[in-house]
Every structure is written in structure tokens, then in C-alpha cells.
Design a protein around this ligand. Sequence first.
Ligand code: SF4
Length: 588
Amino acid sequence: MSRLKPLDIYNLLPKTNCKECGQDTCMAFTYLLINHEAELEQCKPILEPKHKKNYEKLKEMLTPPVRPVKFGEGEHEKTIGGEEVMRRHELTWFNPTVLAIAVHDEMNQNELTQQVDLITHWNTFYIGQNLYLDAIAIKCASGNPDKFAKAVKTVIDYTDWPIILCSTDPQCLKAAIKAAKGKKPLLYAATKDNWKEIGEIARTEKLPLVVSAPGDLNLLKSLAKSLFEAGVEQIALDPGTYWGEGLLSDTINNFTMLRRAAIEQGDKTVGWPLIGVPATIWIGKEDTPEGEQLATAFQETILAAILMMRYADLLIINSKQLWTFLPLVILKRNLYTDPRIHPAVEPELMAIGNPDQNSPVMVTTNFALTAYTVKSDLEQAKINAWLVILDTEGIGVESAAAGGQFNAGKVADTLQEFGVGDKVVHRAVIIPGMASRFKGEIEDLSGWDVYVGPRDSGAIADFLRDKYRAPTGLGYVGDPGGDSPVFLTTNNIQSYYLVKKPLLDAGASAWLLVVDTGGLDLESAVSEKKIDGAAVKKTMDESGAGDQISKKELIVPPALEPLKGDIESATGWTVKVVPPDKIPELVK
Ligand code: SF4
């Protein structure tokens, strides 16, 4: 099927730009229609008798080869099918596979409500989204219409989630439909033995109906055709779900052939959503020993995952083990993200934990997976930090660094735009290891010192503990000469910027002699004897400070006052104690 052309749709709309559909123009509405984001009937003028012909043409053109089928009501309404392509990357898959968990009417009220509670509340957080299951399949195991209706009532009294009524007995289905009035359930199922009666129920109640012909595609096709001709407007197909040698490949082939016939061969009789029932794997195994049940749950999950990748639009699952839901909801999320759009989060300055003016500043990209992974790694390590989420058009660090979406100018502009300098008293920004090549350019453009963090944010806690240090030796701000002042500090980030920041703010030119204290701040370094005259002398000698600087005077913060005599005798330089708040005055 060739993709719809916007102009072909637009030309059939009233083209009055009346805005009744909520869009400013008919062309804007056209794009929503093409992307399945609006219903044609939202354009009221097209429903007028004078546009009848165009409406019918549009309806035909906009109906995808796999027709969409809806069940459930209100905010929990689900659409299954509605697909246009075999392979997701050719466009996108629009309507995520509905995961329905089975309960049955032989459960007592307590069991039933407990199961429904578990099904409707279970969720997992993944790339910024809570992922949930979707629907409840209520099976008539008793064969008793009253019992089935009672179970249905118990479920709908507990939740407004969409339901699937599972019985091949017309009387049981009738009783359940009555109990579920107004809930628009999906009926499962019409078979070769009951299709006339159940078809009539679906037609008169205007409910969507699953047709089931396990292992017999010709029968399935013939039943679907007969039911549609008999007036059932919403149909789904169950070609049978089997596990075991040879059977699994037959199951996959059947799903694939049906979808191919609908999309590639335009066979309308099978242009309906596909239903997989991995729950069948449990038949006769409900009361087996625990180990066997575990194996069955495992097989059911694998089967469900395979069918999800092979076009199942709805899956009925029996397992209530929470671990079985996890791979399915995540697989679904990944299959049904739109490949045309990078999953992105809004660029922002994110406060992780309770950051303050001394907390580290880190940069990452707005690719959703990266942003949430970094956030989660920081939170798990209980790190208070400022996280700058850069707009890289939703592209991850490595690709964005290669493709130009992560660049030095953008980092510098974003630090400025988010006012990060007002949040902290230092000027240290940590960039991802994979963007290390931008270090120098970012420093030149932003005036911030760049620290290259780990390639994997899982190592950020180790990095902060062991490697987040100011550079030791002889550094500088501005353009100092031989007689410029020399300030002594340690490689602890806080102590370093205690001295450097006032110099930067004053626009001064000065030297910084930075002693390696293993990251200890001034006070701790003094009390733990990590800094003394000998350490200062060693740093001077190794950095060649004595050769470059003629004014033999060290300016030290008050915390180093107790070492004044020791430093003077070890270095031969004089020591002057100046509090940080007096630095601007000193260098004026
Ligand atoms: S309601 Fe119909 S005619 Fe009016 S702007 Fe929307 S698409 Fe165009």
C-alpha cells in the first residue's frame, strides 16, 4: 500500500479553514489525519450532505489495511490494529499491542478483586514513563451464565479498565454483556460452531468480536467474511496460538501470513487486528508443581514476546507472576515508539536531590534514555547535583557529538541560558566522557573549567569521589606576569574555587599554586597533615613556579594561617593571609 499524499486528502476536505476541527487550517488537519492523530468526523462540515461523496472517498482512503477496532470506554478505550506497514521502520506502528491478563469466574470474589487489583496497579518506570498492563480478559470457566455475569460485575465494579468477555456459549456471553452494559467489551469468540448466534449478538449490541479458528486460516477468513457481511462491523482474528516443536513456527507463520495478506496483498477479509492467546499454554498445567509452573510462565512470556513482534495486536496472558509482565511492557514500549521521532525530554536545568551552591554541575543530552539513566544513576548514588539537559534533538551523547548536535557553543549557551552560574559558586562543569574532545572549546567559549566525567553515568559516584579534582601545580587566571600575585590553595573543588572564583569575578590576572591534598579541603588537609611547607615546596619545584614568578609572596586563605611559618621556612617565600572576600580588593 502506498502512503497517502497530503494533497490527495486536502483536496477532498471542504477547504474553508473554518477551524471547527480545532486546527487553524484544513492542511493542518490533513496532517493529523495522515498520522492517525485525528478522526475524519472531527471535521463537522464534511458530514454535511453536500460533501457526502467526498466524505465516503476520504473514509475509504483513510481506512488502513488493518482496520482499527476499539473496545472499552472513556480514558481506558483501547484501539487495536489500525496498522499500515509490515515493518515498523517503514513508517511506524500506531497502536501498541494490548496486554490483557486473564481471570475467570471460578475465582471467589476475594481472589478476583485481588487479581484485578494486582493487574490494574502493577507498573514499572522506564525512560520517563510508567508502563502499565492494559486490559482484563474474563473467562467463563464455569459454563454458567449467572456465575459469569457475577464475575464480570465484580470486575467492572472494581475497575473501569477495558474488558474482554471470553466464552463460546451465546447464553453466557449474553448474560455477561448485560452485566457489562456501557463498557463496550470485546467479545471472544465466534467459532465455526457458534458464529451465527454470536455474530448476531455482536451485531445487535454493536460490539467488537474476535473470530477464532485455530490453525485453519481458510476457515478464519471465511468466518470473518460471513460475519462482516452479516453486519458485524468490528472484527479481530484469532488464528490460534501454539507452543512446541513445529507448532510455534506454524503459529508465527500464520500471524505473518495474515498480516502480509492484509497489508501487502490488500486482502480486506483479513484486514483486521490479530489476537494471540499465549494463555493457552497453561491448559492442563494450572495445578502442576511450582517448578513446572515457573517454566510455563517463562514459556508463555517468550511466546507473547514473539507474537508481539509478529503482529499480535492483543495478547491474552494467564501468568500473574509480576516478572513476566516486565519484559512485555518494555518490549511493547520499544516496538511502538515512533522511529521518525527521537525520544526526547525537554531541555532544562534539573535539580537532583537537594543541590546547593557547591554542588557539581553535569551536562547530558536530552535523549530520553540518556537523561533518565543519568538522573536515576545520580539519585541511586544519593548525589546532590545540577544536571543540565542539553537540547541535542533527542540524540544520545556519542551520536550527537559526532553529528554536531552536542557542541561547545551549545554547552556554553545553555549554561548561560539556564543561569547555572547563579546557582553555584564554582565554575566547574562535568561533561560526559564521550564528549571529551569538546573540553578546550567549551572552556574558551564559556569561561567554565571543564572536567571530563566517565563514559558511563553508572561510574559517576566513583568519579566524584576519586577524580573530581582541580588541576594541581601552577595554574592561572587572566594573563599573569612575573610580578602578579600568587594564591595558594588545594585541589579540592570547593577550596579551589573559593580562591579562583573571586579572581575570575574581579577579572584579575594571577597565579594559582594548587597543592594535591587528595581532594581534601583546606581545613581537613591541615588537620590531616596533607599540606605543609614541604608539600608546598614540592608543588613549586615540580611546576617551575620559582622560575616564572619574581614576586616571592604566597597569598593564602585563613585556613592555612597555622602553616605560615612552616611554608615560609620551606619555600623561602613570604606568606600573606587574605580572606577570600578581600581578594577583589587586593587585586584591584
Ligand atoms: S473543520 Fe474541516 S473545513 Fe474546517 S478547518 Fe477543519 S478540516 Fe477544514
